[in-house]
Each structure stands twice: as C-alpha cells, then as structure tokens.
Design a protein around this ligand. Structure first.
Ligand code: PEP
Ligand code: MG
Length: 324
C-alpha cells in the first residue's frame, strides 16, 4: 500500500484551496523509525515513551533510556520529535509496578497524575531526554493534563531537570518546547493564561472523545456508538481551535482519527493544521487532502449541522464523492 502513495511521498500536503497541512507520524518502538523516511512524515508528532517501559519486565535504567532517545533523535535527522512522557495506568499496566485496584482505571491514577505524585520516574525520564538531546532541540509533552496547575507542576520538574544538568556541566537542549496533551474536556476550558504559557498543545482524540461522550474506548459495545463527525464533538473541537488561535498556541491532533482520511479532512476543515498518525495513514490522508477544498467542505459541514443532522458523515461523503 505504501508504494501506491510513493509518488506523493515528498509532495507537501497542500489542499486545493492552498492550505498547508503538516503531517507527522506516531511512534513508540525502534521498529517504527524507518517509517520516518519512507512514509513522508515531517517528524514524529507523538512518541509514546511508555511502549519502551511496557516491552520490558523491569524498570529501564536512565542510561538505557537516554541511549534509546538519542537513537530516535539520530534517526529523525533534525526532524521534530515530540516525546510524550510516560502514559501508564488505565489500559497500560507495567508488570513491575504494583497494580492499582481501581474501579475505573480510565478515570484513575494514570499518566501525569502518577508522574506528579511519584516523581522519581518522571525526573529520570526528563533527565534521560535532556541527555539524549545532547545540545539539540528538544520537545516534550505531558499526557492527560486535566488542569493548568498540573501543567505548571510538570513544567517545574522540567525546569529543575534543566538546572540540574546545567550545574553538572552537561549540554542542555539548544531550544526546549514543553507542551501538553489536550485529552480531558476540562483542559479546553483552562484559563487563558494556560494557553499563553504552554508551548504547544496536541489533542489526544482517543481519550478526548472517550471522555466527551462518556464512552469507554476499550468497550466494544459503546466505543463506536458516537461518531467523531458528530456535530457536538466537531463544535467542541472548533472551540479548542479558536482558543488556540486567540493566543497563538500551536495545536495538533494525534488521536487515531487523524489517520482516517475522511475524519482527517474534516479536522482540517475545522481548522486543525497539524495531524499526527500511524505512518501507513500518511499516504491516504495526504492523497485526499491534495484533492480537497477546505472552505467548501466547511460549508458542507456547517449546512449539515444547521439542518440538525447528528453526524455530518453522510453529507461529507456525498460531497467528497461528487468533488474529488
Ligand atoms: C489519545 O488519547 O488520543 C492519544 C493519542 O494517546 P493514547 O492513544 O496513547 O492514549
Ligand atoms: Mg491518550
């Protein structure tokens, strides 16, 4: 399938209305790295660092992590890589950590909540990332941030780690960006100060959708019940886009929907300009973007919404079939 899209691999993703989209890939294992070359990804928009913890049966050492991350940065050859700090808990359980007996793990002690309450591992990871960067630019983001204060506390850990490395005489990154995943609805309503302070945001659509509709992403019975192209969800996404535009906060979308062509063009029509997805999705998504007029598509979405349709999928499909 990759070959089918080889001819557009190095073509920038520009829609017929002239909008430039940035398409990056999601990764987490060393085996994903060759895709950076052959998928046409402009970088790694989401590096899920927990996968390296999940494939082991004991806690990795700082030096091991540091060489792993250095390998990722070397393979990226200067392309941007966004490292997401450990996102464990809920569906991702480490065999060497005492399991929590929680009635609702998805709403429980997970991700940055663990990172802030027991900061040992987070500190080790931040130090490993700084060392791996070895004077190169570094981008880090924190998962599952639900309120401004959590971002501030996590960022303070980053600042402390930088200071410690400086004192030890190690090279620090030439530039540092510290972002957050927007995957709990509450964060979309954080104070304006948060949007001004955070270096970038990435919408974790998988979790954001699960919490928006209160429908477990792991539960087959309800997981497909609510459409991503549901007008309520699209309107919520538009709010986020507008809040970010107001403060000039760079925004991307890295949930699975970014890799589905129909969903991806709708995300673009709602104002998203950066999408991160499985490497194999870059070709198909780019191919459709290259044939889409976002302004026209947005009009179709708005009209369907005004007619009172629950999901704009039907209208969008009909429109794309007749125009692309
Ligand atoms: C998400 O929630 O959309 C996301 C990208 O993170 P994960 O799927 O790893 O929870
Ligand atoms: Mg998530």
């Amino acid at each position: 399938a990759q070959e089918r899209y080889a001819s557009i691999r190095d073509v920038p993703a520009i829609t017929t209305c002239g909008t430039r989209m940035t398409l990056t890939m999601n990764a987490g294992l060393m085996a994903d790295l060759p895709s950076l070359e052959n998928s046409g990804a402009e970088g790694v928009g989401l590096f899920r660092t927990e996968l390296q913890f999940l494939v082991r049966n004991q806690m990795p050492k700082r030096s091991e992590l540091s060489s792993l991350y250095a390998h990722v940065l070397n393979s990226a050859k200067g392309k941007r890589v966004v490292f997401r700090t450990l996102d464990i808990g809920s569906d991702k359980v480490l065999s060497y950590m005492k399991p929590n007996d929680e009635p609702n793990p998805a709403l429980g002690w997970r991700a940055i909540r663990v990172g802030l309450d027991k900061p040992g591992v987070l500190r080790m990871q931040l130090q490993a990332l700084i060392r791996a960067a070895d004077g190169r630019p570094l981008s880090v983001m924190f998962p599952f941030v639900a309120q401004y204060e959590e971002y501030q506390a996590a960022r303070a850990e980053m600042d402390k780690a930088m200071e410690r490395e400086r004192i030890l005489g190690h090279p620090v990154p030439s530039s540092l960006e510290v972002g957050a995943m927007l995957e709990t609805p509450s964060l979309a309503f954080a104070p304006k100060r948060f949007f001004q302070e955070v270096d970038f945001l990435s919408i974790g659509g998988n979790d954001l959708k699960q919490f928006f509709f209160a429908a477990d992403r792991e539960n087959e019975r309800v997981r497909r019940r609510y459409d991503t192209l549901n007008v309520s969800f699209l309107s919520f996404l538009t709010n986020i886009v507008e809040r970010c535009a107001e403060t000039g906060t760079p925004l991307s979308f890295c949930g699975e929907d970014a890799g589905r062509p129909l969903e991806a063009v709708c995300l673009a029509a709602m104002g998203l300009r950066a999408l991160s997805m499985r490497p194999a999705s870059i070709g198909p998504v780019k191919s459709l973007l290259l044939r889409t007029d976002l302004a026209q598509l947005r009009a179709v979405i708005d009209e369907a919404s005004e007619r009172g349709e629950q999901s704009v999928r039907r209208a969008v499909l009909d429109h794309l079939r007749s125009t692309t």
